[in-house]
Design a protein around this ligand. Structure first.
Ligand code: RIB
Ligand code: CA
Length: 322
């Protein structure tokens, strides 16, 4: 039976692909999308979640408002121009998609997550591909709740490699290290961490993306969106020919854990100085049997890349036919 799944997204080009993988993967039954600031302001992530679910033929998926800024800030997050270059100011690579008439639910992400954990418990998988603020707010409001979920799969961190927003920090952790500390160090939740260690090992190239154009207007829009993201990768790493696949890998791992090899570690998060945002295994507890976080270190790249491309093509075909 498909696992009930909640996606916590800062949409975002690779979050868009994560949403497509989740909606198409037969192992997952998406019961809601919670939204958070990150690649874009929270309000934009919410708008994108409503519009994308509708365009992809899934208007039944409800969308919930979440954090507008990190735990230590009091100001609504606005994405800096450096992020527009990666995801576009609208988070969709400046591609305009049809606007849904639907609006977000009148219930905050943390409350929805708590209700869903109460309802589904072990059968619920939470997949977070943005800053961990919504999950930390859940823990602050309902202490101990997150560990009652079946699994929490997080795109975040860089345990054995450098970060991507500083030598130490990966973007999702770097955007809210205090939240990451609560979730990774204190929650006790059954967490799988899908960080840059594996997401930089998987790629999507421009030729494959351009194949989506043959599928129709929705395929054209999604190809334009992902090509914008590939443009950024090619500027920063000339000759790469494609983009990394951070968020969709996290979704695929939540659905098909055999795609990765994990190492159990007691992951700690630095919140001070130059190391702010670093995620690293605690050497003092290496010999302990209680290393709570399963950190993905290897991935079957060929299998995942084929699965993702097939699933994206299939959801586009289904949406075009509706
Ligand atoms: O570091 C990669 C992560 O940062 C992904 O979730 C991407 O969407 C960006 O937010
Ligand atoms: Ca993301």
């Amino acid at each position: 039976m498909a696992k009930k799944a909640i996606l916590d997204l800062d949409i975002g080009v690779d979050d868009t692909m994560a949403l497509m993988e989740a909606l198409e993967n037969p192992e997952l039954d998406v019961i809601g999308v919670t939204t958070v600031f990150g690649n874009v302001p929270q309000a934009t992530s919410e708008r994108n979640a409503l519009d994308l679910t509708e365009m992809l033929g899934h208007p039944e998926v409800k969308v919930y408002p979440g954090a507008k800024h990190n735990l230590v800030s009091e100001e609504v997050f606005e994405a800096p121009p450096a992020i527009w270059e990666i995801h576009g100011k609208n988070g969709l690579g400046e591609v305009v998609i049809p606007k849904s008439d639907r609006v977000a639910e009148d219930i905050e992400a943390a409350d929805f997550l708590a209700q869903a954990i109460d309802e589904y418990g072990d059968d619920l998988t939470i997949i977070a591909t943005g800053p961990l603020t919504n999950l930390a707010l859940l823990e602050q409001k309902y202490p101990g709740k997150l560990k009652e979920a079946g699994n929490v799969t997080i795109m975040g961190g860089a345990v054995g490699v450098q970060g991507n927003v500083s030598p130490a920090a990966e973007a999702n952790i770097g955007n809210d290290p205090e939240a990451a500390k609560i979730v990774l160090e204190e929650s006790g939740a059954p967490i799988t961490l899908v960080g840059l260690d594996v997401t930089m090992r998987v790629m999507l190239n421009r030729d494959k993306v351009n194949e989506w154009r043959k599928l129709g207007e929705i395929g054209e829009k999604l190809a334009d969106e992902v090509n914008y993201y590939i443009d950024f990768y090619e500027k920063s790493t000339p000759g790469l020919g494609g983009c990394s696949l951070h968020d969709p890998l996290a979704v695929a791992v939540a659905a098909n854990p055999e795609l990765v090899t994990t190492v159990p570690l007691d992951v700690v998060v630095d919140t001070e100085g130059e190391m702010r945002g670093r995620t690293i295994g605690n050497v003092k507890t290496l010999r302990s049997s209680e290393n709570p976080i399963n950190v993905a270190m290897l991935v079957d790249a060929e299998k995942f890349e084929k699965q993702l491309n097939d699933d994206i093509q299939n959801i586009i075909k289904e949406a075009e036919a509706k």
